[in-house]
Design a protein around this ligand. Structure first.
Ligand code: MMA
Length: 185
């Protein structure tokens, strides 16, 4: 009996240690917004590569729509058709490391902040503030999820390590791409 208990304790210890050794990198901020709209998630899109560009549609009151470019592939557009579409491209190897904004039933404002000190604000200053940032050092925005209808109802931010392999670029890089790795664009 003693041996059995000892063995059980040892096994538990091995599992607990294995779990602790595994470095954690994924975290989530959100969801910010109201309960309407239809759910969407870009979790599959992150396999196309790091976030390289954003398209945000805004009207006088709301963040109307969003489309995100992963590697060289644009996600589906989510949201409505009113207002104006704005587009920003990140620099090679640049990542979003914080997103702030406001919501009130629907998403009203988003500000994307990058690890190169640039920030891109969209929308209006109305509603409750949110501040989304990764839990683990050195991690970046990998994909978004949320709900949309005729506008963006709600949004959430998924953080993880910058992908070490650029899909679709025909090479395997073990470190963060520099300007010579155009694959990030
Ligand atoms: C639609 C519908 C709602 C959603 C709003 C705003 C007009 O209604 O999809 O569920 O909340 O759009 O996106």
């Amino acid at each position: 009996m003693f041996c059995f208990t000892l063995l059980a304790l040892l096994c538990c210890g091995v599992f607990i240690n294995a779990a602790n050794i595994q470095a954690r990198s994924s975290s989530y901020s959100g969801e910010y917004g109201g309960g309407g709209g239809k759910r969407f998630s870009h979790s599959g899109n992150q396999l196309d590569g790091p976030i390289t560009a954003l398209r945000i549609r805004v009207n006088r009151w709301y963040i109307v729509g969003i489309q995100v470019r992963y590697g060289k592939e644009w996600s589906d557009y989510k949201g409505g058709s009113s207002g104006d579409l704005e587009e920003i491209f990140l620099h090679p190897g640049e990542s979003i490391i914080q997103v702030t904004g406001k919501y009130k039933t629907y998403l009203r404002k988003v500000v994307f902040i990058t690890d190169k000190g640039r920030y891109f604000p969209f929308g209006k200053d109305t509603g409750v503030s949110f501040n989304g940032a990764p839990l683990y050092p050195g991690t970046v925005l990998r994909y978004i999820s949320g709900s949309s209808g005729s506008v963006i109802d709600a949004i959430g931010f998924h953080w993880d390590k910058y992908p070490s392999h650029c899909p679709g670029c025909g090479n395997r890089s073990t470190s963060r791409p520099t300007t010579s790795h155009i694959c990030a664009q």
